[in-house]
Write a protein that binds this ligand. Structure first.
Ligand code: NAP
Length: 294
């Protein structure tokens, strides 16, 4: 058996087309959605991520720019920049690219972004709305993108057992809540596993839907997967590769070649969750603009 591929690039293109159509309607009214990325420091991976997001934003008609600040930026200066973007009516979405330098407290920085412009969905108000099931908040892009993969991939979810491995703040924890919601394309029974979960394979083998969001290269293998399960690979991990000009290559949390022989459906990595994260970021930005211009 070889699993059906859940093509995140194709699903993301579909969402981008819908976003572009609605952006065109705004442009016709003289409204240009504006998205600002804040990057602090010169982490090469962050530079690459931001540039990819900027390209996609341009393609759908969203105006975007990146504010680059030096690694040594004091907290007070960063907060002042966020305040000025919060007050700028041409800016509808603000994304602070992680990781921030260790000198800057993540929570304080993310909480400074206006909830109405928090298109990443990290602000405590939006996180609280997610928990309450209040649809007026912005959902974090990666978990929301995973729900869209399940929806567009026509994976049944109601009453299914979803096992999420990893309880991180930006993926595993919010995803577990979203999958457990009483809603179409959710309504799962959810197990949230983590590094203290004993005998992990015995848990993951019960999953109809298995999500790897732990950040451990190629960790989930055939022994973790129930035959016929759907497997979603969120991880982005660097492993040394002397044959690559960069000296490393990126791999997911799932050992794709072995798992695809038992799973019924699987996301590739790259080309699965990553493109969907960007698609949901841009659709959140569109919604922020529409809300601001009502
Ligand atoms: P994180 O905050 O570091 O959380 C990792 C989680 O995995 C923790 O809950 C940890 O457990 C758990 N874990 C670690 N080792 C484990 C093990 N051996 N068995 C079971 N659980 C284990 O990471 P994150 O920010 O959620 O990100 C997770 C991965 O997703 C990373 O590779 C990241 O790069 C990737 N990611 C991808 C996208 C995308 O768009 N594709 C977006 C965001 C993140 P404890 O809580 O017990 O420590």
């Amino acid at each position: 058996m070889s699993a059906r591929i859940l093509d995140g690039e194709a699903f993301a293109s579909q969402i981008h087309r819908e976003t572009a159509t609605r952006v065109s309607a705004l442009l016709r009214r003289g409204i240009t959605p504006g998205l600002v990325f804040i990057r602090v420091g010169e982490d090469p991976a962050s530079r690459a991520y931001v540039s990819r997001k900027e390209t996609r934003a341009r393609e759908v008609g969203i105006s975007s720019r990146t504010l680059v600040l030096p690694e040594s930026t004091p907290l007070s200066s960063l907060l002042a920049e966020i305040d000025s973007l919060n007050a700028d009516p041409k800016v509808h979405g603000i994304l602070i690219q992680s990781p921030l330098p260790s000198t800057l407290p993540n929570d304080q920085v993310y909480a400074r972004v206006s909830p109405a412009k928090d298109v990443d969905g990290f602000h405590p108000v939006n996180f609280g709305k997610l928990l309450l099931g209040d649809p007026s908040g912005f959902l974090p892009c990666t978990p929301a993108g995973i729900l869209e993969i399940l929806r567009l991939g026509k994976i049944p979810t109601q009453g299914k057992h979803a096992v999420v491995v990893g309880r991180g703040q930006i993926v595993g924890r919010p995803l577990a809540v979203l999958l457990a919601r009483k809603a179409v394309h959710a309504d799962c029974t959810v197990t949230l596993a983590h590094s203290s979960t004993p005998n992990l394979p015995s848990i993951t083998r019960q999953a109809d839907i298995l999500i790897g969001a732990l950040g451990r290269p190629l960790f989930l293998t055939q022994e973790h997967v129930q035959p016929g399960a759907t497997v979603i690979d969120v991880g982005v991990n660097r492993i040394p590769d002397p044959n690559s000009p960069r000296g490393y290559r990126l791999v997911g949390d799932v050992d794709f070649p072995s798992v695809k022989t038992v799973a019924a459906a699987i996301t590739p990595n790259p080309g699965g969750v990553g493109p969907m994260t960007i698609a949901l970021l841009l659709s959140n930005t569109l919604r922020a603009t529409e809300d601001a211009c009502r």
